[in-house]
Ligand binder design. Structure first.
Ligand SMILES: NC(=O)c1ccc[n+]([C@@H]2O[C@H](COP(=O)([O-])OP(=O)(O)OC[C@H]3O[C@@H](n4cnc5c(N)ncnc54)[C@H](O)[C@@H]3O)[C@@H](O)[C@H]2O)c1
Length: 341
């Protein structure tokens, strides 16, 4: 039997996930949609899906077994808490929430419910290249990881909608999460350096250089450039005691012609991570069908939120901002073992 999914937020990524669940993957059916823009919801709804006036009505509907949240970040908290209150598995696009207090509310609700329901959309963990990179590091032949260089480059971001805080509270969350996962470590403190501003983004503060100090002493250096014009370019290289391990350049045909030898660069995240999103949802469909979640957890969403908050503080203070995490509830220890198995 197909998993009956309700989708909240039918913008860019909501539509892409509806396409994925409807036309690419098996095991799920989009039976309901909702968006504050009802017209957009109606246009995005696959044949036979019901358009709900409010996310709350969709979440409570008997038709809906599992929920996919693709609304804007500040709306996620209320929608997540509603899903947990009715015990429905929920996939929430990043950022899970936009404040520490909200993240703790989600964790407390899930822990009180007693079973994992929340998966956060950190799709890099499902990318085959990142998984092979992690396997090399975990294998231990290169010794301990000492430094990780993470490059996050977007061709452009929507003018006016993407504001100067967003490289740190919307984009950095991916690099923060993948650093914790790749290095099996926690982020203890954060520094931010602001280089000369790129004229590509007008008044937008861009680029950013972020240093993540890991609990082990390893350091992650993150470049976030969101208006770099040439394409969507994600890179990663881990420097270990006895060697390096890096993401390969994106496999793409090498074209030789009268202009030289070149490889295409993805335009945006949809192209670069298309297979990762597919795999992310394959695994989610299986877990949600069993009434739970196994991918990146609310705890991972909480950790990324703390990093975003600390990075924003670091811009103001110019110094190194510490991160204090609460003790990890047992619910997330078990989940980590399942996810790693
Ligand atoms: N994992 C990734 O790589 C990735 C990539 C892109 C976007 N995202 C995340 O996905 C989310 C959506 O991004 P997007 O690019 O699709 O944005 P978008 O603006 O294209 O779409 C968001 C949609 O949500 C709707 N919406 C907003 N608040 C709502 C509410 N309270 N209830 C119902 N609908 C609401 C809007 O009307 C809009 O249609 C964001 O959190 C974003 O950070 C993740």
């Amino acid at each position: 039997m197909s998993l009956a999914v309700g989708v909240i937020g039918t913008g860019m990524i909501g539509q892409d996930h509806i396409r994925r669940l409807t036309r690419v993957l098996s095991g799920a059916e989009v039976v309901a949609v909702s968006d504050i823009d009802r017209t957009r919801a109606g246009q995005a709804a696959p044949a036979g899906a019901e358009v709900f006036d409010t996310p709350q009505a969709l979440i409570r509907s008997d038709k809906v077994q599992a929920v996919l949240i693709c609304s804007w970040g500040p709306a996620h908290e209320e929608q997540l808490l509603d899903c947990i209150s009715v015990g429905k598995p929920v996939f929430c696009e990043k950022p899970m929430v936009t404040s520490e207090a909200a993240a703790l509310k989600v964790i407390d609700a899930e822990v009180a419910f007693g079973r994992r329901l929340v998966q956060v959309g950190f799709m890099r963990r499902f990318d085959a290249d990142y998984r092979r990179l992690k396997a090399v590091i975990d294998g231990g032949t290169l010794g301990l990881p000492l430094m990780y260089y993470s490059k996050h480059r977007n061709a452009s971001v929507p003018e006016g909608l993407y504001t100067s805080d967003m490289p740190l509270n919307d984009t950095l969350v991916h690099d923060a999460d993948i650093s914790r996962w790749l290095l099996s470590d926690e982020i203890a403190s954060v520094e931010v350096r602001l280089p000369r501003r790129s004229r590509q983004g007008g008044e937008l503060r861009d680029p950013h250089l972020v240093l993540l100090h890991m609990a082990s002493g390893a350091i992650v250096d993150v470049e976030i450039s969101v208006n770099i014009a040439y394409g969507y370019d994600i890179r990663g290289e881990v420097s270990c005691e006895k060697g390096l391990a890096a993401l390969p350049n994106r496999p793409a045909p090498v074209v030789s012609d009268q202009f030289g030898i070149r490889q295409a660069i993805p335009e945006d995240w949809r192209e670069r991570f298309i297979e990762a999103y597919d795999q992310e949802f394959r695994e989610w469909i299986v877990a949600a069908g069993q009434g739970t979640a196994t991918g990146p957890s609310a705890w991972d969403g909480y950790a990324a939120t703390l990093v975003a908050d600390a990075a924003l503080r670091a811009v103001t203070s110019g110094g190194r901002e510490e991160i204090a995490m609460r003790d990890k509830p047992a619910l997330y220890d078990t989940a980590a073992k399942v996810a790693a198995a």
